[in-house]
Design a binder for this molecule. Sequence first.
Ligand code: GLN
Length: 252
Amino acid sequence: MKGALRVAVVYPDLLGTYGDGGNGAILARRAQWRGFEAELVQAVSDDPLPEADIYCLGGGEDGPQVRAARSLVDDGTLARRAGAGAVVLAVCAGFQIVGRSFPGAEGEPHEGVGLLAMETVKGEGPRAVGEVLVDVTGLHDLPVLTGFENHGGRTRLDDGTTPLGHVTVGVGNGGGDGSEGALHGRVVGTYLHGPVLARNPALADVLLSWALGGASLAPLDDAAAERLRDERVSAVSRRHRRGLHRRTGSDR
Ligand code: GLN
């Protein structure tokens, strides 16, 4: 790769509610710790979206989410860069935005950027709120993902769209099939906050190796993240086994 790896946090002023900007920081740091030059850019919504190698979109509230989607569609850079092979990690509102359409506050449909073949509608039941565990099926050899979700929208993947995985605890996409997230090329969408890459460094390294042209990445000392993962996975599994956890979306 020529020059520094550029990681852009997309519209932290609109999609910064859930701390998902941490995903960008984690990607830049994990590259730097391995000796790669990396630059973290906070791409605010007043400015044209900059050129970057990785774009991270986070969660947000319904109104700002609509504004973010409009700006991204009008700006055109995200779709162009994704088409050219840039990596996109899109979380919750960001995930909904990179689909074909998603609901506003009253449930009215809004146009998404269309990087993933899926659409999101307003859910009938209560918001999906709580811890989530995901068995990853869409990427090789990734350990279970841990994170938390907080969304009203329900996402239906088109036939043929690959989910990131399947929930063993939590709601995920909420379309009744147990799927969580979606993948297409180097675009990854998920409902998992955390930030998801802080809780799941193995997923961070998949995205990094894509952005670094398939470079093999030296292992890092992830002992602190592993302790957090172990604690979360066993606490959530225990609660789930005892029936204390809320039911999954397919039960609603
Ligand atoms: N507004 C969206 C929903 O409720 C996204 C929420 C979020 O980003 N956490 O479905």
